[in-house]
Design a protein around this ligand. Structure first.
Ligand SMILES: Nc1ncnc2c1ncn2[C@@H]1O[C@H](COP(=O)(O)OP(=O)(O)O)[C@@H](O)[C@H]1O
Ligand SMILES: [Mg+2]
Length: 238
């Protein structure tokens, strides 16, 4: 395990169901993602992208294999901790296609909810939230409800929420699918900036080829395994 490594996966396997409903989704995936890297995860629909993110995010239990988050081996044919929820809360930030902000809380409350759940004081949580809102240039929306924000502003607020627990890893599942191309570029550039400035590993599922040159590397699911390819001078080498 090198110091730059945020995620390491070895021989990961995921099957669903039994008998007639048995599906083998991932079979022997091995890859690593470093801190500071923005990596795109691409594969056809149904290939297992969401399943892979959910295993790394300690939401979905793998069938077999090994997962390290940072220095910690969290899965080795079984969860190595009973505290998967704690790992998820403290180490991982999730971003989805829909923003999933809570509609009856204002933007500030949506963001402070995360650190407060982790035991951070209200005052400190607000300080973190305002720093993030400022960073994402939606400070003036702190006391607004999600219905008063545009799609792009809500997605920025959702990214702010994902960062509020100072995660080591951000897992973004098609975060730009609901945005137009300009907003999509803005969001991906923002994720890149976060990766560099906060030394966070970001894995982003995307179907949008225009986003790939903005990423550092591409992970593809092929034959139920994960292959890595480089992006060179705005051209994707597959
Ligand atoms: N909870 C589940 N039970 C059974 N099959 C599932 C479950 N979740 C996902 N699958 C199956 O796993 C495969 C991969 O799904 P998914 O990870 O959602 O793919 P993607 O995100 O690449 O579109 C699909 O065949 C899907 O039907
Ligand atoms: Mg999916």
């Amino acid at each position: 395990m090198n110091a730059k490594q945020a995620i390491k996966v070895e021989n990961l396997v995921k099957n669903f169901g039994k008998g007639d409903s048995f599906v083998e989704v991932i079979n022997g995936a091995s890859f690593e993602v470093n801190k500071g890297e923005l990596v795109a995860l691409v594969a056809p629909s149904g290939a297992g992208k969401t399943t892979l993110l959910m295993m790394i995010g300690c939401v979905e239990e793998p069938t077999n294999g090994t997962i390290w988050l940072g220095e910690e081996k969290i899965y080795d044919n079984k969860w190595l901790t009973k505290e998967t929820r704690k790992i998820r809360r403290e180490k991982i930030g999730f971003i989805f296609q829909a923003h999933y902000l809570i509609p009856f809380l204002n933007i500030l409350e949506n963001i402070t909810l995360v650190p407060q759940t982790n035991g951070v004081s209200e005052e400190e949580s607000k300080k973190i939230a305002f720093e993030l809102l400022k960073y994402f240039e939606i400070e003036d929306k702190a006391y607004a409800m999600t219905s008063e924000l545009s799609g792009g502003q809500n997605q920025r607020a959702a990214i702010a929420r994902a960062l509020a627990n100072k995660p080591q890893i951000i897992l973004a599942d098609e975060p730009t699918a609901a945005l137009d191309s300009k907003r999509s570029v803005d969001v991906v550039k923002m994720l890149k900036k976060i990766a560099i400035e906060q030394d966070v590993a970001v894995i982003m599922v995307t179907h949008d080829e225009a986003m790939l040159p903005l990423c550092d590397r591409i992970l593809k699911i092929e034959n139920k395994q994960v292959v890595s390819s480089k992006i060179v001078k705005d051209k994707v080498i597959l």
